[in-house]
Design a protein around this ligand. Structure first.
Ligand SMILES: [Zn+2]
Length: 464
């Protein structure tokens, strides 16, 4: 039986802090009503999220069990694909449900389309994810999923003490059909369903189709940014092109990362520019999965009001520790059920966090297997190479590392001046010093790196 102690998380989620942040005009001037209907509904949803994620474990487990049973009953009723998979499995029993692979998901989506939704879910739209593998995945997401994600991200800002009155720039990387290659949408608030309750700064949504981020710089400089919400590779490329100081000049104070792991280079850039970093574990198919703990490095508190995360076999040896494969169940995935979905990431799940947070926590999120070096023993290890390390050897504009053979690491380099034979050897020695004596390295000077069609630019890729 799980213990029912409440979280010892500080009063960030306390009512007093919440009411202090509320707009003064949120309170009704009528003497008998404090908050009107329009404000009560979103704020009660916010309180539900807070109670679920920071409240007692027993209550949460009961709620999750009910959600799981309802989702599985819905999937079984409306999908032949799921009826077959759940044959003989009791509604709510994850342990006997087979993991859902990407290919199987694609089969369900293309064969059955969107499952019927009741009114509370609103309409559904097909969303294609970019995917770091180059193969896009498509799922149907409902209006309710979008509204939940907006609420959940505001809840996190309140818990983390992020200033809501900052302007926000949200960056989306999608194909754009105009000659300049990007669009900017402007709004007066990023409060979403909570805009009548909390005052926020302005909202800009930059949709960019890839390529060179520096071209949008002038437009972004029109007003201070404050909070930026983007995938790490966008911000890293932006900072590499414009310089870390530029981020500061643009008024960036807070960075909420999503979609990928933040690499060492970007951590350096943010530290240099004095930007507070809040890391998020999320996927476009699911939305919020976990949020980085402010006090325990590398830990992510799981968004238990949205997902169940399990760490299962096969276990992989990473730096001498066994790390499992992550399966994510999206509790609100009524349009396209995602039950024990294998996102392709590896990590460990603990019942609570070292900081005192009483909910499930991912402790060793390693991201994709392909982002780790594979040793001849089968063990995996992170290969950490910062741009500044390479800059000591030559004026490097872009680089990528690829493990192309069991013992070979290829360093692709784009430099501002031709690379001497001596410099090439220095690079090779440096890579071996980082990767280990089991490896040899080959430095290749290129005119450009072929990053492929997706927006994600992974500095390291294991191809064996
Ligand atoms: Zn924690």
């Amino acid at each position: 039986m799980a213990d029912d102690r409440t979280s010892t998380k500080p009063a960030a989620s306390g009512w007093l802090r919440l009411t202090q942040k509320m707009r003064s005009d949120a309170f009704s001037p009528q003497s008998s009503v404090i908050l009107d209907e329009r404000r009560i509904a979103p704020i009660s949803k916010l309180i539900e999220i807070d109670l679920l994620e920071n409240g007692g474990a027993n209550a949460r487990e009961r709620w999750v069990a009910g959600q799981l049973a309802a989702l599985m009953a819905h999937a079984r009723t409306h999908s032949a694909f799921w009826r077959k998979r759940l044959n003989g499995v009791k509604n709510g029993d994850l342990s006997r449900t087979p993991p859902l692979q990407r290919e199987e998901l694609a089969q369900q989506v293309s064969g059955e389309g969107c499952l019927p939704l009741s009114g509370e879910h609103g309409r559904a739209a097909l969303r294609s994810t970019s995917g770091s593998t180059g193969r896009p995945t498509s799922v149907f997401v409902s209006d309710m999923n979008g509204a939940y994600n907006e609420l959940r991200s505001i809840a996190q800002c309140l818990w983390d003490g992020v200033d809501l009155e900052q302007n926000r720039l949200a960056v989306r990387i999608r194909p754009v059909n105009n000659p300049q290659g990007y669009t900017i949408q402007r709004g007066h608030t990023w409060g979403g369903p909570l805009q009548a309750v909390f005052a926020t700064g302005s909202n800009r949504i930059l949709t960019i189709g890839g390529g060179d981020p520096s071209r949008v710089l002038r437009e972004l400089a029109a007003e201070p940014i404050g909070l930026i919400n983007a995938i790490p590779s966008f911000l890293r490329e932006f900072a590499r092109a414009a310089g870390a100081r530029k981020l500061r000049q643009l008024g960036v104070k807070t960075y909420v990362a999503l979609g990928e792991r933040i690499d060492e280079d970007l951590q350096d850039i943010c530290a240099q520019a004095g930007i507070a970093v809040h890391d998020t574990y999320s996927s476009e198919e699911i939305g919020a999965i976990g949020f980085s703990c402010a006090r325990t490095p590398g830990a992510f508190h799981i968004a238990t009001s949205n997902v169940v995360v399990e760490s299962v076999a096969p276990f992989i040896d990473v730096g001498g520790e066994k790390v499992g494969t992550l399966l994510v169940t999206h509790l609100h995935s009524y349009a396209t059920p995602l039950i024990r979905y294998a996102l392709g990431d590896i990590g460990q799940v603990a019942g609570r966090c070292a900081c005192g947070h009483g909910g499930p926590t991912i402790t060793r999120l390693q991201g994709r297997l392909a982002s780790l070096l594979k040793l001849p023993s089968g063990e995996r290890r992170a290969l950490i190479v910062r741009t500044r390390d390479l800059m000591m050897l030559a004026d490097v504009r872009e680089f990528r590392l690829r493990q192309t053979q069991a013992d070979l690491i290829v360093l692709e380099l784009v430099t501002n001046a031709p690379l001497s034979e001596e410099a090439r050897e220095q690079f090779e020695r440096f890579i071996v010093s980082r990767a280990g004596p089991e490896f040899r390295a080959e430095a290749r000077a290129l005119d450009a790196i072929d990053w492929g069609p997706g927006p994600k630019r992974l500095d390291f890729r294991c191809e064996v």
